[in-house]
Design a protein around this ligand. Sequence first.
Ligand SMILES: NC(=O)c1ccc[n+]([C@@H]2O[C@H](COP(=O)([O-])OP(=O)(O)OC[C@H]3O[C@@H](n4cnc5c(N)ncnc54)[C@H](O)[C@@H]3O)[C@@H](O)[C@H]2O)c1
Length: 265
Amino acid sequence: MERAGRVQGKVALVTGVAKQNSIGFATCKVLAEEGAALAIVDISDKVHGCAEALRRLGATVSSHTADLTEMDQVQAAVAEALRTHGRIDVLVNNAGMVVEGREEDFTDFPSMSEAQWDFGIAINLKTQFNVTRTVIEGMIERGCGRIVNVSSVTGPVVANPQESAYCAAKAGVLGLTRGLALDVAKHGITVNAVGPGWIDTGSTTEGERAGALNTPLGRAAHPEEVGRLVCFLASDEASYITGQLVVIDGGNTIQEYKGPSELYY
Ligand SMILES: NC(=O)c1ccc[n+]([C@@H]2O[C@H](COP(=O)([O-])OP(=O)(O)OC[C@H]3O[C@@H](n4cnc5c(N)ncnc54)[C@H](O)[C@@H]3O)[C@@H](O)[C@H]2O)c1
């Protein structure tokens, strides 16, 4: 018997897709393999190349550029996506962490400027508010919808030095996820967050790669592993899960002992 895809016939809007070696792109691949049509959005016009690559893999996909920190640009991009696909059933708020083409900005808190703080909160948290606020009305009208917010372990579970704005924003994503889940449950909409640990993407640094070797599973995740989790939460199989953070970190955050192993084991 032929298996229907987990998100067969759904339309998914995925933000933050400008690189092929990324969580956003891998999520799109999984969603398309499982039957969804896609609208992808990024601040970078490399989003159109990603759409081409997804089409070559057999996906139905439209691509849109927008700075998702700006509400008018979000509304224009969502309107374009709606003109193409008619509705949005699944929203994956994945954009964040870095802006394609711009260097990542690590600063310890005592030397952080107000502008650096605002930027970290804007790209990681305000983007999720803007897109969700724009998409939610259609979901409420149809009485169904799935929202998956990409958070991190960094912020809601653990922290790294020089990343306090990122930590605050990603912890804020969990608060948004819970508050929103309560407000829209009566409309048949679920809202969940995923908390990736070390994921092997184009932006992985040498230090992150070394960190990944020290996880209980001894490796970083492939982006598709995050994509499959997002797809599950976007599917009917996850119909009774809402307001949750699902950590996907190879067991990294459950390890208590951080000292040299020869002193302990
Ligand atoms: N890579 C990891 O190890 C890891 C771990 C935990 C969480 N995450 C989260 O996963 C998500 C994807 O990360 P990735 O590693 O695939 O990186 P990525 O750089 O490929 O993806 C982020 C995308 O978001 C886009 N973006 C940022 N600000 C934007 C804005 N204002 N408007 C429109 N687009 C914007 C960027 O241009 C980029 O294409 C991020 O939210 C990140 O915080 C990643």
